[in-house]
Ligand binder design. Sequence first.
Ligand SMILES: [Fe+2]
Length: 135
Amino acid sequence: MAYIDFSDKYSVGIETIDKQHIKLINLINTFFEAMKAGKGGETLKPTLAELIKYTQFHFSSEENYMQKIQYSRYGEHKHKHEALVAKILEFQHNLENEISGQAVLLLGFLKEWLTEHILVTDKAYSQSFIENGIR
Ligand SMILES: [Fe+2]
């Protein structure tokens, strides 16, 4: 069983965004599998780097859509994105410095964050996106 399973409850009704969320979930699952298999930092570090890169791509694509439709909660949403990126970079720093227990803490954090990100903050914009023709 995967660490996080994508199901209908996670759909925001916009195919482009759902696909990006699935990719994020897959990257988190890959990180989980690597950790479970006892893979060390040499595997975990590049996996995390890829996850960070994709998260930034995903956020900028959401922000671009928000700007395009002049979404009223753009500032608030962007602020959440920045806070999250800062937090994962802090985990990355700790992982680089071999601080023990970081991978487990990071996974718990990512699962909770992703669920909240999709179910609360992203679901809040889905209607506005759909009304503005974003698919
Ligand atoms: Fe999102």
